[in-house]
Design a protein around this ligand. Structure first.
Ligand code: ZN
Length: 347
């Protein structure tokens, strides 16, 4: 059986990290001059403690330990202090409704437990904090879009959970409830009046929810890579003219990845000339992550980010909003996020 298709009962145990760097949420915090390298940019790091309160059982890989591992690594690497920490607001209903059916949102609310868990699919559960965390995650990307569009900061990384890219217009699945990336894209188009927004998804799983929501919207270009076959088994046949889906065979390494991105993504992004780029940043294609059989390394995430930054610098004043999707091996997740942020921040 494919390892990704295992049930939650077979999820590996995770040792939770207890150490947490001191949270520093201050929307007015400026980049510390002595930590700012030549050419460094204002990079917002948007999160909220509520994102740690959603959990799906101690053996579930999509755990609060993921964010703690990332924060630990950023702190140890010395970049925590030059990030511009911003607290994620709750997302207004109207922003969620751009991506999701009103009935789905109402049903999700009705099923939300006051105690214990409610299972929505074999791997996706709600606890009493889930929809608050999901609202913070969606609120983070909205805040990120508003910030980059206002020039408050040039780029933003949303360190949030639950992730979003499997959530369709009307279904929670694959650990996802609200589709954060699609919510960000539609907010930029509808609220900020942009005409062209690109979504880049390099999570190892196909972003079926984002495709469901954004397919055939001429204002959007979605480019993605994903292992195929793998959960959720979609993506090989794109659902819309605006989808550049690049399925990768198991054991694809970074060299092949770079070839595929250069061949398939970059010309499409260049032609599209986006005014903003949103990234569904999943780090589960890493060779150390047993969610998949892809063989990427930390440096591949840096390279991918460099390619996206170059497109953003040419077409949209460098504006990028990146939001965390998957990545379940805590060490490689944290290292890869660090590599991603160093490039986004110009360090
Ligand atoms: Zn994934």
């Amino acid at each position: 059986m494919n390892r990704k298709l295992r049930t939650s009962a077979a999820f590996p145990a995770i040792s939770l990290s207890q150490h947490k760097p001191s949270a520093r949420f201050d929307a007015n915090l400026l980049v510390c001059p002595e930590h700012r390298a030549e050419g460094a940019l204002a990079l917002a790091y948007i999160s909220h403690p509520d994102c740690l309160r959603h959990e799906m059982g101690e053996h579930h890989p999509e755990s609060p330990a993921r964010l703690r591992a990332i924060n630990d690594r950023l702190s140890a690497a010395g970049i925590w202090d030059w990030l511009r920490h911003v607290e994620a607001p709750l997302a207004p209903l109207r922003a969620l409704q751009r991506a999701h059916h009103a009935l789905y949102l109402a049903e999700l609310n009705a099923a939300w437990p006051k105690q214990g868990y409610v299972h929505l699919d074999p791997d996706t559960y709600m606890n009493p904090y889930t929809l608050t965390a999901a609202s913070r995650a969606a609120g983070a990307v909205l805040r990120a879009v508003d910030g980059v569009m206002a020039g408050e900061f040039q780029r933003a990384f949303c360190a949030v959970r639950p992730p979003g890219h499997h959530a369709t217009r009307a279904e929670a699945m694959g650990f996802c409830f609200y589709n954060n990336a699609a919510i960000a894209v539609l907010h930029a188009l509808d609220q900020h009046g942009l005409a062209r927004v690109a979504l880049v998804d390099f999570d190892v799983h196909h972003g079926n929810g984002s495709e469901d929501i954004l397919a055939n919207d001429e204002r959007v270009l979605m480019v993605s890579t994903f292992q195929h076959p793998l959960y959720p088994a979609s993506g090989a046949e794109p659902l819309g003219f605006n989808m550049v889906n690049v399925p990768l065979a198991p054991y694809t390494d970074g060299v092949a990845l770079r070839g595929a991105v250069t061949r398939d993504w970059l010309p499409a992004l260049e032609r599209f000339a986006p005014q903003l780029i949103v990234i569904s940043a999943g780090f589960d294609a890493h060779r150390d992550d047993d969610m998949s059989q892809l063989m990427w390394a930390d440096a591949d995430y840096a390279w991918l980010t460099e390619q996206i930054v170059e497109v953003a610098d040419r077409h949209c004043r460098g504006r990028i909003v990146s939001t965390l999707e998957g990545g379940y091996d805590l060490s490689s997740l944290a290292r890869s996020v660090l590599a991603h942020l160093r490039v986004l921040g110009g360090h």
